[in-house]
Write a protein that binds this ligand. Sequence first.
Ligand code: IPE
Ligand code: IPE
Ligand code: MG
Length: 246
Amino acid sequence: MFFNQKKADAPSLEEIQSIVRDASLNHIAFIMDGNGRWANRKGLPREAGHGVGVKTFKKTVTRCRDFGISTVTTYAFSTENWKRPKVEVREIMRLLDEYIKEARDDNEKNRIRYIFLGDKERLGPELLEKCEFLEELTKDNPLTLNVALNYGGRDEIVRCVNRLIAEGRTEITEEDISNGLYTKESPDPDLIVRTGGEFRLSNFLLWQSQYSELYFTDCLWPDFDEEELVRAIMEFSQRKRRFGGV
Ligand code: IPE
Ligand code: IPE
Ligand code: MG
């Protein structure tokens, strides 16, 4: 909404890029929450919120790329979200299908590498194939966008451990787990932003969030704009990350 409007005292693009660089913000993750409430407050069905949420998602990814952040992860659908009404789940899957098509068409322009985190099998053979095609098509692109879809942090860890057991391993290291997760190509997130006013991770990146900075905002995801994003980045840049040291 405000992506093209800048307040007079807002930092310039160059300033934000240098803040991102100085703070070593390489990986930002978003728990995109609040679509349903946003729609309901406007007297619309929950699904309408997801439609606007996709637009916010696209703008946010572009902004992160402009700011110089090399890895973005977004939580689009959890292993628990299947509990929702059928119409809502169907609409989310339809939006996803539409988004994948656009991502394919815009590949030359966007140069984004797509990686889907989660168990894609449950999405059905058609969507599964489209996801895999997009991953393959974009695999050499510079900016990584992880889209967590039918993703659960516990499910991810259990799958990884079961795979290691199947390989005959009797002892494992932390590295074995990190390298066996859906996110194996990405560094751990430096910053996790959750919109929608809840203070929880909801099964998101449980292993990878070990030393992530957490940022919560009441802003509902469809309203999350450049100003909100910059606010989160500014706060991150003020945090003292000690990683257990002094
Ligand atoms: C987040 O928004 C999007 C998904 C979980 C798919 P919600 O749909 O959870 O919105 P609220 O939290 O009900 O407002
Ligand atoms: C988290 O939001 C999942 C996504 C954003 C995809 P939820 O709305 O599912 O989380 P809870 O139920 O409030 O914890
Ligand atoms: Mg929610």
